[in-house]
Design a binder for this molecule. Structure first.
Ligand code: FAD
Length: 329
């Protein structure tokens, strides 16, 4: 086993997803401590341009498994490809984003490699012996637990998106190692019929650095336009409370909370959301929270960094307009 840190960088439709880039930053920090290198893996089809984009990210080697059979995500094929890359790289630590794909792949990869796995980690470091130790958030964010890995086995962790910044770039180009796709006919027992896009191909809340969420108070789907407009000027994603999703104002793919998605953006706007404990469970890890609510006693203000007591139908368009003007001027 080398002291290297391997990072699986997820791509979709020719775009590298931010979670994988952020995991490279986590990997670089760890590699600085293990004394190894950070190496990255890409799996899919037509990966050349994406590999170019990873040059300078701090990775010493980019492993590529580039094949038409990997054009669409298939967990069996991707697991096989990824395990092949990791066996070739022989790292001490493997990281990937705790995205939908990462959550699907990580346990399979861990089983195949006989390694330890901790998912959805919010802090990664090494113990005195140089073995991975991670912090995970549990019980809907009310507690954290530290996971110590077995030093003799490969140490695998998925990293919660937006916990680390993406690498700044400017490093040396990475060496490329191309590996064949060793897909087995039995892998076709899993068929991907359709990859559902979040509301019209827009950003998913788990990947966005800025989220603008609306609640039941929006009253209907049409009114969510003002939420979408603010999200658009900020290049963010639209989120929603469960009440808003249950009422049909937004798809459940945008629901934030205990039974929705856990998000950790740099900036979270809660517009007309009361701040029920189940909603907070999904967004209290946001770096900065802005709450807009007519009720000064709303629980959301207890977790907000900035609070605006007012009618969202006036405040949200005014904020959108102010940002547009600031951008123009
Ligand atoms: C097992 C379980 C799981 C759950 N999981 C989730 C989950 O994953 N996510 C989730 O969100 N909820 C979840 N819930 C539901 C949760 O308890 C709340 O009911 C829900 O979050 C409330 O949504 P809301 O804040 O949009 O609506 P409300 O609680 O009705 O709050 C609306 C808020 O809007 C404010 N308001 C009204 N008009 C305006 C206006 N014009 N301008 C500004 N503010 C205004 C009001 O003052 C109020 O604070 C779960 C519940 C259970 C029991």
């Amino acid at each position: 086993m080398t002291k290297d840190v391997f990072v699986f960088v997820e791509q979709r439709d020719g775009t590298i997803l931010p979670g994988g880039l952020q995991a490279i930053t986590a990997g670089s920090e760890l590699a600085g401590k293990t004394g190894g290198r950070v190496v990255v893996g890409l799996v899919g089809q037509d990966l050349g341009a994406l590999a170019d984009k990873l040059d300078g990210s701090g990775a010493a080697v980019t492993y590529l498994t580039d094949d038409g059979a990997l054009a669409d995500y298939n967990v069996l094929k991707y697991t096989r490809a990824l395990v092949g890359q990791i066996e070739k790289a022989d790292p001490q630590i493997v990281l990937m984003a705790s995205s939908s794909m990462g959550r699907d792949l990580a346990p399979r990869v861990a089983i195949r490699l006989g390694g330890g796995l901790a998912t959805d980690c919010v802090e990664l470091g090494l113990d005195d012996a140089g073995t991975l130790v991670v912090k995970r958030s549990i019980y809907a964010g009310k507690a954290t637990n530290n996971v110590h890995f077995n030093a003799s086995k490969i140490q695998i962790a998925s990293v919660r998106p937006n916990t680390y910044a993406a690498p700044e770039g400017g490093g040396s180009p990475a060496e490329r190692v191309e590996l064949p796709c060793a897909a087995d006919a039995s892998d076709d027992r899993q068929v991907t019929k359709e990859i559902a896009r979040t509301g019209g191909g827009e950003k998913d809340v788990t990947e966005a650095a800025i989220i603008v969420s609306g609640g039941r108070s929006l009253k209907n789907e049409d009114n969510f336009k003002i939420i979408a407009e603010l999200a658009a000027v900020l290049d963010g994603a639209v989120g929603a409370s469960r009440a808003a999703c249950d009422a049909g104002y937004q798809p459940h793919s945008r629901q934030v909370g205990l039974t929705g998605k856990t998000v950790t953006p740099q900036l979270y706007f809660a517009c007309g959301i009361s701040g029920a404990i189940q909603h907070l469970a999904g967004m209290r890890g946001s770096r900065r929270i802005v709450a807009i609510n007519t009720d000064v006693e709303a629980p959301i203000f207890k977790v907000a960094d900035y609070g605006i007591v007012g009618d969202l139908f006036e405040v949200v368009p005014a904020v959108t307009e102010a940002i547009k003007q600031a951008k123009a001027g």
